[in-house]
Design a protein around this ligand. Structure first.
Ligand SMILES: [Zn+2]
Length: 257
């Protein structure tokens, strides 16, 4: 059974129906425990690696996130693994990769994942002039929106954003908050930007998750060792009693620009 906690004050139109379905043919699947509607008005910045707070997690609850894709070869394997366990995740898309591989981005959407934004070309925004930085954010959003929904726009359908390298600055954070876009950090990461075997990555991330107990987990769907370890990772989460939370945007988007 899926429980819904809308943390926004407004009654939200949340796409929960798809998440409530059982996992066909996999009664022992990890599954998706609940849907959490996230609103910039109440939680503008989340993830304790960068910010004071995170989402309102219960014990052993995890949000799975994947950055920098879509990428041929690795992202489809990750989607296969998530689908096999009926797990819904969040992908922070790189506009450059979406423009090159729009079909993979559309598959992510079709399979019920949340699609946030991660700039067009992955610059470290906090070190750029504010106007140039915001233009990069907007170019990424526009590419993502065009591939997914057929319209280039700067107010994203899913107003979730993650800074490349977590490099922000106060002015940009304020700007995104004014635009009602939730900035996602992370609570735990796999360090999968470092070369390591799938088995090493599996041990490392499980140890870190056991240490923090709950939170937003960061992977990169461009990394082959992450794609390779994901089926074993999901199986082990189930065995250890972890539960998956699917984050979705709260309510219909007004135009906050
Ligand atoms: Zn990134």
């Amino acid at each position: 059974m899926i429980r819904v906690f809308a943390i926004a004050a407004v009654a939200a139109v949340v796409p929960i129906a798809a998440a409530a379905e059982p996992c066909p043919g996999h009664p022992d699947a990890l599954g998706t425990e609940r849907v959490l509607a996230v609103d910039a008005g109440t939680t503008p910045r989340v993830g304790r690696k960068s910010f004071p707070d995170t989402l309102p997690f219960q014990r052993k609850e995890l949000v799975l996130t994947f950055d920098d894709g879509p990428w041929p070869g690795t992202t489809p394997k990750i989607l296969d693994a998530l689908k096999a366990e009926c797990v819904r995740a969040t992908f922070f898309l790189l506009g450059r990769n979406v423009a090159a591989h729009p079909a993979i981005a559309r598959r992510e959407l079709a399979e019920g994942h949340s699609l946030g934004h991660h700039t067009f070309s992955h610059p470290l925004l906090g070190r750029m002039a504010p106007g140039r930085a915001e233009a990069e954010i907007d170019r990424g959003i526009a590419e993502d929106e065009f591939a997914l929904y057929g319209r280039r726009r700067r107010d994203p359908t899913t107003p979730f954003f993650r800074f490349p390298g977590f490099v922000s600055n106060p002015a940009l954070l304020d700007r995104l908050q004014a635009r009602h876009i939730v900035v996602f950090g992370a609570d735990v990461w796999a360090s999968d930007w470092n070369p390591m075997s799938p088995a090493q990555e599996l041990r490392l991330i499980l140890a870190r998750i056991d240490h923090v107990g709950s939170g937003i987990v960061l992977f990169h769907d461009t990394k082959s060792q992450t794609a390779a370890m994901l089926p074993a990772f999901l199986h082990e989460l189930k065995r250890r009693g972890y539960r998956i939370v699917h984050v979705v945007p709260a309510g219909n988007r007004a135009n906050f620009n």
